[in-house]
Design a protein around this ligand. Structure first.
Ligand SMILES: [Zn+2]
Length: 126
C-alpha cells in the first residue's frame, strides 16, 4: 500500500509538466496540439489504479502534431509538451526515458540534426 502510494506520487510529480492525458485520436490531437511545433510526448493508458501508465516516449523536432497523428491506433492516450527548440524536446525525452523506462522504447533517442547535445543522464546521443 505504501509502495503503491509512493509510486503514484512520484509519477504525478514527474509527469506534471506534460499536458493531458488526451485521447490518441484525430479529434484529441487536433484539440490539444498546435501544428508545426516541436515537442515531446508520452503514450499510455490508465491502469487499474487510475494512473497513467506510460508505454512509450518520443518527440518531434518539427511537428509534434503530425508525429502523433501517425501514431493513432498504437495506444489509447497521450500526454505532451510543446518545446521551443528541438534540443529542449530531446532533453525532456531523455528525462522521461530514463525516469520511466517505458517498455516500447528499445533504443536511445537520437539527438536533433546539427546538434552536439548528449543525454545528461547517460551521455548517449544515438
Ligand atoms: Zn540517455
Amino acid at each position: 500500500m505504501a509502495i503503491a502510494q509512493l509510486a503514484t506520487t512520484s509519477q504525478t510529480v514527474s509527469t506534471s509538466q506534460l499536458k493531458g492525458p488526451f485521447r490518441l485520436s484525430v479529434e484529441g490531437i487536433d484539440v490539444a496540439v498546435n501544428r508545426n511545433k516541436p515537442g515531446v510526448f508520452a503514450l499510455g493508458s490508465i491502469d487499474n489504479f487510475g494512473r497513467f501508465s506510460m508505454s512509450k516516449v518520443g518527440r518531434s523536432d518539427y511537428d509534434l502534431h503530425g508525429e502523433l497523428r501517425q501514431l493513432i491506433g498504437s495506444e489509447v492516450l497521450f500526454k505532451f509538451l510543446h518545446s521551443r527548440y528541438a534540443e529542449a524536446a530531446f532533453l525532456e525525452e531523455c528525462r522521461l526515458l530514463h525516469k520511466f523506462q517505458p517498455p516500447s522504447n528499445i533504443i536511445h533517442p537520437y539527438r536533433p540534426a546539427n546538434s552536439r547535445l548528449t543525454c545528461p543522464y547517460c551521455r548517449g546521443h544515438r
